[in-house]
Design a protein around this ligand. Structure first.
Ligand code: FMN
Length: 187
């Protein structure tokens, strides 16, 4: 069974409608580790050693966050800057994350129509995610297209619940995938 690390970054979970419902649907399984970055590091003081250990212990690295200014909330960017170190995550000797899977799970206020070349935002979410895609490639990881929920402001509670059930199914499907071969890299 694959092991999933859910790196969750929502700066104001108390105001969340969508992610809050999603979190209720995370399957309670040992193979899934839920890690709330804003709760763990409210002061942005990231424990790099702990984060590296978590990464080594999992196959799927799922970054879950609301789209903020066409990217991730600040703590996730900070996490990337500190944790994905040269010589560990990338560079000639940086092979710790080789073969692991990187996938973003993103909620957007904007509609799917807005994220088109002719739409208000002029680019797709996949295009806005190029920095994540290339970061994954630099770390020799396998990048999967993001799982995106659009138009969150227009979702009523029933629609949000349905989206949350789909999200649960996504996690269950990932669990059945083949694990990445164990990495013996030390931190
Ligand atoms: C500071 C801020 C920036 C945002 N930027 C974007 C954006 O660039 N694109 C977008 O589609 N939605 C944007 N939104 C809307 C959020 O993505 C949306 O409210 C969130 O995904 C809903 O999930 P939640 O109910 O779990 O908070 C932004 C919201 C805030 C507060």
């Amino acid at each position: 069974m694959a092991r999933i690390l859910l790196l969750f970054a929502h700066p104001v979970l108390e105001n969340s409608r969508v992610h809050r419902e999603f979190l209720n649907q995370i399957p309670r399984q040992e193979a899934i580790t839920f890690h709330d970055l804003y709760e763990t590091y409210p002061d942005f003081l990231i424990d790099v050693h702990k984060e590296k250990r978590l990464l080594l212990e999992h196959d799927f690295i799922l970054f879950q966050f609301p789209f903020y200014w066409y990217s991730a909330p600040a703590l996730l960017k900070h996490w990337m800057e500190l944790v994905l170190e040269h010589g560990w995550a990338y560079g000639k000797k940086g092979t710790a994350l080789s073969g692991k899977i990187w996938m973003n799970i993103i909620t957007c206020g904007g509609s799917v129509e807005a994220y088109q070349p002719q739409g208000k935002n002029r680019h797709t979410v996949e295009e806005f995610c190029y920095p994540f895609e290339q970061s994954a490639r630099l770390c020799n990881m396998n990048y999967r297209n993001p799982y995106v929920i659009y138009g969150t402001h227009r979702l009523d509670p029933e629609m949000i619940h349905r989206e949350a059930i789909n999200y649960r199914q996504l996690l269950l499907n990932l669990l059945t995938e083949k694990p990445v071969s164990l990495n013996t890299i030390q931190i």
